[in-house]
Design a protein around this ligand. Sequence first.
Ligand SMILES: C[S@@+](CC[C@H](N)C(=O)[O-])C[C@H]1O[C@@H](n2cnc3c(N)ncnc32)[C@H](O)[C@@H]1O
Length: 247
Amino acid sequence: MKLIKKYIKKYIKKDSNLYLFYIWLRDRWLAVNWLLKGRPISPPHFIKQRVVQTYAQTYSLATLVETGTYLGDMVFAMRTHFRRIISIEIDDNLYRLSNARFHSRLYEHVRIIHGDSSVVLPELLSELQEPCLFWLDGHFSGEGTSRGQTKTPILDELYTILTHPFSHVILIDDAHEFSGEGDYPSLDNLFAVVTRLFPTRKMMVIDNVIRILPGRDSTYSLGGKSVTPVLEVEKIHRDQWLRGFLR
Ligand SMILES: C[S@@+](CC[C@H](N)C(=O)[O-])C[C@H]1O[C@@H](n2cnc3c(N)ncnc32)[C@H](O)[C@@H]1O
């Protein structure tokens, strides 16, 4: 497997059709392995992509805001699923690489912003005039990545998004990091604060992704039926990513 990876990295141009086919196969292989192993804590990136895509469809969200671009893999995977994609990266080199990756007419709907998400988000939200999907993944992740004043800007990010006058859908990667140590709150504390201060939001954790959704008890109409978003989104999530596995 290592040899194949080395060969592909060396000889196949990134984002070429052959490379995309390799990614398509690799993603499904990793997902099947993850399922066969009984869904260990951290799912492969492909499963995270499916989660983002499913919430966008369910809540009809056309704008994705990501914190922590890294090499732009989530942006690339979501390129055809959103009308507008904005991603924020603090690291100089990663910003340069990902900005170059999306610097073409094919990606006019993609914007990579260089900066600390805790500073950039408040400015950005003043521009956003519709509910958006937030993929919060901007945290220090070891060598080759950077950090702002804290290891994770998550509390600043959440405050900015939850006090904005639109009902955004928030997905936070790496729930296992929320241990109450370092700059991370514990999951229990986060849950208590979010549900107390923002009683119209529902928070849950599935497959290591924290989901903060609008409309705790409210219902909405789907295909003429009145449904509870949280229950419905999970049902769609289960059905859809299994069914869409081979797409
Ligand atoms: C786990 S990686 C992101 C992976 C990416 N979201 C994906 O799905 O492919 C985390 C990234 O967040 C960046 N980062 C760390 N602190 C940040 C901050 N305060 N603002 C913006 N980006 C930050 C790191 O440099 C790193 O590239």
